[in-house]
Write a protein that binds this ligand. Structure first.
Ligand SMILES: Cc1cc2nc3c(=O)[nH]c(=O)nc-3n(C[C@H](O)[C@H](O)[C@H](O)COP(=O)(O)O)c2cc1C
Length: 217
């Protein structure tokens, strides 16, 4: 049963797997569409962002807020109240308690380290604790792992989390929507995550949505 109430905040966590851009694109979409967000970025994510993008993601919440808002297409001042940023090691944050209500948590991208910690119940930072809370409160937890290949340990951890109720949605873009550039590839993965959250979007063309698609034999 889907009991997520999207008027409650969405927790977005960006960990240190490759593909920071997926997390940033999801944030951008949610803010531009007026969803409330609780954001956490791991220390490693900040380093990976530096390696992969032109983005500088500070570990200092107030600075990070300015950086994220300046990246949005819409005027930042209208979105400020929607975005709550927590330090990765702030275990006193509202989202580390089940009594604080949230709708859904997405870890995008999710590193194998973070996946392993959640699978073994190690809640030693705010991302792993908030995920632990989602599992115990039976709230929707969407994991977007990025690794290749998977070891047996990765697969066992992902299976364990799936059995515990998490949705494992790996960053595996499809190509049947005929992407023209990298943005289209990113939008496919983020669009699939939005489908799982339950948010309407038009980030990609769905299969057979295009009436000019050739008939396959
Ligand atoms: C450039 C770069 C790319 C990385 N890509 C991945 C990856 O795709 N998947 C992964 O699980 N770890 C990846 N890592 C390693 C993680 O960042 C590392 O295991 C880190 O401890 C994860 O910490 P976190 O889960 O707290 O973010 C990468 C590291 C770097 C520097």
């Amino acid at each position: 049963m889907d009991n997520s109430n999207l008027s409650l905040p969405v927790i977005v966590a960006i960990s240190g797997a490759s593909g920071t851009i997926y997390g940033i694109r999801l944030l951008q979409f949610l803010l531009e569409n007026n969803y409330k967000i609780e954001l956490i970025i791991s220390k490693s994510a900040s380093k990976v962002a530096q390696a992969e993008t032109s983005l500088n993601l500070s570990l200092e919440p107030e600075i990070l807020k300015k950086q994220v808002l300046s990246y949005l297409k819409n005027p930042a001042n209208k979105k400020e109240e929607l975005l709550n940023i927590w330090s990765h090691d702030d275990i006193t944050a509202s989202i580390s308690s089940g009594s604080y209500r949230t709708s859904v948590m997405v870890i995008i991208p999710a590193s194998m380290g973070t996946i392993g910690a959640i699978a073994s119940g190690v809640s030693d930072n705010l991302i792993t604790r908030a995920a632990d809370v989602c599992l115990k409160e039976r709230r929707k937890l969407i994991l977007v792992p990025r690794e290749m290949p998977f070891s047996t340990i990765h697969l066992e951890n992902l299976t364990k989390l799936s059995i515990a109720g998490a949705i494992v949605a790996p960053a595996c873009p499809g190509f049947y929507h005929s992407p023209k550039n990298l943005n289209d590839v990113v939008d496919f993965v983020v669009g699939k995550v939005l489908d799982l959250i339950g948010i309407d979007h038009s980030l990609f063309k769905r299969w057979r949505e295009d009436i000019n698609l050739p008939v396959l034999k």
